[in-house]
Design a protein around this ligand. Structure first.
Ligand code: SF4
Length: 299
């Protein structure tokens, strides 16, 4: 039996960076401490915050809401589930989200793509399924912003973990999208959009899933049927191999990006002033916001 480094119990998790082995309770305590440290380091939560938590019912957001409820008993948490309308996938995760909220004594607010544009994601993608993730991401942001504002939240928390962050950094480079690489220094969007926080941004997906399993939060790990179309899928696989061979690779990518932005410093001269979308009134630097442009284009 492989033993926990902290006690005599059987180890269930091995951290490949620190080389520490944990039993279930010690792993959970280590994981929660890491999330608390991230929240503190980036000043994510303040007293009196009303935090809308994006809750898809998948592994990341399930763990996020559970840990936030445990670590921040004073913060007001408002779970929001977006139903994109993906057959044979989303119904199960919505059910999981509703059950989790019942267990935590929270009320889950539901908003769907049909509410915001009259169609499900499946209907929008009938002719072009390969566009799934960009359409889904744009409309999901709109839905979450709308529901969070309606609920009176002053922040939105999402379940993005370190893998997502590292993938996004690499994808911006792979697309040659320099604007996105320097995004946080190029807009004054923080003043007009609800600020977003990502408390799991320094924990790996592997650790997040392990936390969910150790604490019996996950019954199933369903995968969206559109995942195969995403550029992210290839980046995810490649990064997974690199991380396995060189533990700490993802951490280096996200902290390297942070250092790069810090070195660039505030780019006051290049700040993009935000106006309002002519159709919906959401903040945008163009005539129409990204969601309304998309809805107009997809008819
Ligand atoms: Fe949306 Fe793409 Fe994620 Fe599926 S994989 S839920 S389409 S972003």
């Amino acid at each position: 039996m492989v033993q926990c480094d902290e006690c005599e119990k059987r180890a269930v998790y091995f951290d490949s960076v620190t080389k520490v082995k944990f039993c279930g309770p010690h792993f959970s305590a280590w994981f929660e401490k890491g999330v608390a440290a991230t929240i503190e380091k980036y000043h994510m939560i303040c007293p009196g915050d009303k935090i809308a938590v994006g809750l898809s019912g998948g592994k990341d957001s399930t763990v996020l809401l559970t840990v936030l409820a445990k670590l921040n008993p004073d913060a007001e948490l408002i779970p929001i589930t977006v139903d994109e309308g993906i057959a044979n996938y989303r119904d199960d995760t919505i059910l999981a989200a509703v059950r989790l909220c019942e267990r935590l004594g929270l009320e889950d607010k539901l908003i769907s793509f049909t509410d915001i544009c009259g169609k499900t994601l499946d209907e929008l993608l009938e002719k072009s399924p390969e566009q799934a993730c960009s359409v889904c991401g744009t409309l999901r942001r709109r839905a979450l912003n709308l529901a969070a504002r309606e609920a009176g939240a002053n922040k939105i928390a999402t379940g993005h973990c370190m893998d997502d962050e590292a993938q996004s950094v690499l994808m911006n480079y792979l697309r040659g999208d320099v604007t996105r690489v320097m995004e946080s220094y190029q807009t004054d969007s923080d003043k007009v959009f609800l600020p977003r926080i990502k408390p799991l941004c320094r924990t790996t997906e592997r650790a997040t899933v392990a936390y969910g399993l150790v604490n019996h939060l996950l019954t199933d790990l369903p995968e969206c049927p559109y995942t195969k179309y995403a550029l992210r899928a290839g980046v995810r696989t490649g990064l997974g191999i690199l991380e396995y061979r060189n533990p700490g690779t993802m951490h280096n990518i996200v902290t390297g990006q942070e250092k790069l932005l810090a070195k660039l410093g505030p780019r006051e001269g290049e700040v993009t002033k935000m106006g309002r979308c002519e159709v919906c009134g959401e903040p945008t630097s163009h005539r129409l916001c990204a969601a309304c442009t998309l809805i107009e284009k997809m008819g």
